[in-house]
Ligand binder design. Structure first.
Ligand code: GLC
Length: 462
């Protein structure tokens, strides 16, 4: 990872967990699940990462715990339990129409105590009550535990979900919805997500995380709502994840419009960020196709702001076909979670045992690409190195130059990026010296008029 040139790694949850939602159902926030190792292994990982200059960012899951967490066991035990109010218990079965992100009612009835509890995700992931000061304090203690072990930041899970409407108003139906009724997308999550009061929790988390560490937040929201998570100066997340590229049409005009809207919306003094893939979404190489995957990498790494790269995307891994008998995720996300392919060998250099998911195409692996100076891995290295060395790409302004099949933009004073996002060759009225191209074969060329093959991209000194 250090040789890739990245400066930080974000680890998805490795805490003690029954693994119903693969670590996002935590039964002990301050323990390492035995399937991953021990706290000593964690300390060694941090020490080694720091030795090689990598910062370590942890996943922090404030919204819910596992139903196996001792807090929930106590909460569930009786209506009089001192921890009853740590979770969201209400009368009624169900108390209202809220639907879980994974489908089906977001309330589960507890026969013994005659109430329902709320869960934004699985029934095995009951939501904590963030209006309760003891819950906040207990969760801030978790942050302090990991801060004391030397971590450099947190990626906060499900940020916009932490508070829900106190009077439990029904979520309104999506107009024109004619699909099944128990699906999350059938309702507008107006009373379960992104309440104005969530900003107050964001500010409290910022105080707990401090300014010496990075605060990234998972926020799926339209741009005007998303940028609110930056908060007022010093009070919000440093980087509310900007997922919009993942959902954008692969089209120059659409992407230019998105970048411009986002650029205009990011508050003064705040820093933008871009994401092309993560463990919840189909892989970029599968979404845009292998031919466009290099242009996608060049886009991610030349836009203004911090890029987040999903492991495996740097070698062009695609979604892996998972046969029905090997499906493990409740939400269909196995294809993008197949293990990293380090080598072409049977365990892919990842395991000598049975991997938790199928491994995918053996030809796509780090070892093979290390030996190929024009591989997509080599391209990522060159892009990351260039970003670090070229002030225009680090801090320069963004300006769209062209958005008609070819997406071209200027960064700073003398850097132009041109990407042919179509499936056919294109030419563009751009000139200058090619500094880097997606095929790693044209550096030094000085075209008068730029010709680009389908899916080709170049960075020009212009
Ligand atoms: C976030 C995670 C996702 C998880 C969910 C519940 O969306 O990225 O993987 O299933 O939260 O914790």
């Amino acid at each position: 990872m250090a040789s890739l040139g990245v400066e930080a790694i974000w680890l998805t949850p490795f805490y003690a967990s029954p693994m119903r939602d693969f670590g996002y159902d935590i039964s002990d926030h301050c323990a390492v699940d035995p399937s991953f190792g021990t706290l000593e292994d964690f300390d060694a990982l941090v020490a080694e990462a720091h030795r090689t200059g990598l910062r370590v960012i942890l996943d922090f899951v404030p919204n819910h715990t596992s139903d196996q967490h001792p807090w929930f066991a106590e909460s569930r035990a009786s209506r009089e339990s001192p921890r009853r109010d740590w979770y969201l218990w209400r009368d009624g079965n169900p108390p209202n129409n809220w639907i879980s992100v994974f489908g089906g009612p977001a309330w589960t009835w507890d026969e013994a105590t005659g109430q329902s509890y709320y869960h934004a995700y699985l029934a095995e992931q009951p939501d904590l009550n963030w209006r309760n000061p003891e819950v906040r304090e207990a969760m801030f203690a978790v942050l302090r535990f990991w801060i004391a072990r030397g971590v450099d930041g947190f990626r906060v899970d499900a940020m916009r979900q932490v508070l829900k409407d106190l009077s439990l108003r029904d979520n309104p139906a999506v107009e024109g919805w004619d699909g099944p009724r128990d699906v999350y997308a059938s309702l507008r999550p107006e009373f379960t997500t992104d309440l104005d009061e969530v900003q107050e929790v964001v500010a409290a988390l910022r105080r707990a995380i401090g300014d010496e560490r990075l605060f990234m937040a998972e926020v799926t929201a339209p741009i005007p709502r998303l940028v609110r998570y930056y908060g007022a100066a010093g009070e919000g997340a440093h980087l509310p994840f900007n997922f919009h590229l993942i959902f954008a049409d692969w089209d120059a005009a659409a992407i230019a419009a998105l970048v411009e809207e986002y650029e205009a919306a990011v508050p003064d003094g705040a820093w933008p960020n871009w994401v092309l893939g993560n463990h919840d979404q189909p892989r970029v190489a599968s979404r845009v196709g292998p031919r466009q995957a290099r242009a996608a990498a060049m886009l991610l790494l030349t836009l203004r702001g911090t890029p987040t790269l999903y492991y495996g995307d740097e070698i062009g891994m695609e979604d892996v076909l998972v046969p029905p008998e090997r499906v493990v995720d409740p939400d269909g996300r196995d294809p993008e979670r197949s293990p990293m392919r380090w080598t072409g060998e049977p365990g892919a250099g990842f395991t000598s045992g049975e991997p938790w998911l199928p491994l995918g195409d053996p030809a796509v692996n780090v070892e093979a690409q290390e030996a190929d100076p024009r591989s997509i891995l080599a391209l990522h290295r060159r892009l990351i190195a260039l970003r670090g060395a070229r002030e225009d790409l680090l801090t320069g302004s963004y300006e769209t130059l062209q958005a008609d099949g070819v997406l071209a933009y200027r960064r700073g004073t003398s850097t132009v990026v041109a990407l042919n996002l179509t499936g056919a060759p294109r030419s563009a009225a751009l000139s200058g010296e090619i500094v880097l191209d997606t095929g790693l074969a044209r550096a030094g060329e000085r075209p008068d008029r730029l010709q680009l093959a389908a899916g080709e991209g170049v960075i020009l000194d212009a």
